[in-house]
Write a protein that binds this ligand. Structure first.
Ligand code: ASP
Length: 319
């Protein structure tokens, strides 16, 4: 049994481990863990209490993948429901679809009987207001001080705060039967244009799992991972015989190859190979992840491999 997660998964990893220990599935473990992070109001990057879009609306993205069957479910821009990971799982299990967004996603959550609630906490609302006030010139506001709606497209460029843009939770688990599942959940890029989706709900970009080879999940600048199909690339590189390290390094080289601005290259990833070995990587220094495997009494917080974006080159190392 193994679980790896981004460090903000610390509030969920014990629950996931308990499920695995009792013989539960990797899929149940990663969903349960992600739900606990979605519940955490202090985590402003995931679920309830997440930072909102430019209009002050919290829009949540999540996806889940079952590496045994390659079934997947994803939810984008969900408003009013704090557990997109469970809605994503239900899409996978109850609908002939993979991906629901916006109003359709909210409709489905309501149909599932989930309680509708305001996800914007006072703390997140204050940070959002102060962020906009501090960054946007006065002419972006009308007489009552509200952001002028027709200026959102310009505001998106100015209001983005790299300090706050980042954050997502990743969980990858392998259960006693060797099944692998992955769950990713986020409130996305803070102050994003309404309706913006990152890599989190895009299967193949921010999340991918396949028992035969392994799994990968991303945090960071989602637009990059979408453009380079990062999580799926890792699994595909494993399939063609790369070591896990080479697969991750090469997937990162792929996505960084078309980026010229290093400020835009913040990407992190956790990955697991089918034999249970793992690898984590980040283009930001001093990033950590959490990990627990058989024989450990509790989870460990460990440093990620740091790669300078400029040092990444495509590798062809094979296993
Ligand atoms: N990857 C997420 C997104 O682009 C956010 C993050 O992890 O920083 O929405």
């Amino acid at each position: 049994m193994v679980i790896i997660a981004s460090s903000n998964g610390d509030v969920g990893i014990d629950a996931a481990w308990a499920i695995l220990e009792q013989g539960g599935t990797a899929l149940d473990a990663v969903e349960a863990a992600a739900r606990l992070v979605e519940d955490n109001p202090e985590d402003h990057t995931v679920g309830y209490g997440g930072y909102p879009n430019l209009l002050g609306e919290v829009e949540l993205d999540a996806s889940i993948m079952d590496g045994t069957t390659l079934r997947a479910g994803a939810i984008g821009a969900l408003r009013g429901y704090r557990h997109p990971i469970t809605v994503a799982r239900k899409v996978m299990e109850e609908l002939p679809h993979v991906f629901l967004v916006g109003e359709g996603a909210a409709r489905f959550a309501a149909e599932l009987g989930m309680p509708r609630e305001e996800l914007l906490t006072d703390v997140a609302a204050n940070v959002w207001r102060e962020g906009l006030n501090g960054k946007l010139p006065e002419h972006f506001r009308d007489r009552s001080g509200q952001l002028i709606k027709s200026m959102l497209r310009q505001a998106t460029h100015i209001a983005t705060d790299p300090e706050r843009a980042a954050g997502t939770v990743n969980f990858i688990a392998q259960d006693q039967k060797g099944r692998i599942a992955s769950a990713v959940s986020t409130s996305g890029w803070a102050w994003k244009y309404p309706g913006r989706l990152g890599d989190t709900p895009v299967i193949g970009a921010g999340n991918y799992a396949d028992d035969r080879f392994g799994a990968a999940a991303c945090t960071g600048w989602g637009e990059l991972a979408i453009r380079a199909s990062t999580a799926r690339s890792v699994v595909l590189y494993l399939q063609i015989g790369y070591t896990l390290e080479a697969a991750c390094q090469t997937a990162f080289a792929d996505l960084l190859a078309f980026v010229s601005d290093p400020a835009q290259t913040i990407m992190s990833m956790v990955a697991l190979a089918r034999h249970g070995n793992h690898y984590t990587i980040s283009t930001a220094p001093e990033r950590t992840y959490i990990y627990r495997a058989d024989g450990m009494d509790t989870f460990a917080t460990l440093p990620r491999v740091f790669v300078e974006p400029s040092r990444l080159t495509a590798s062809s190392q094979t296993a």
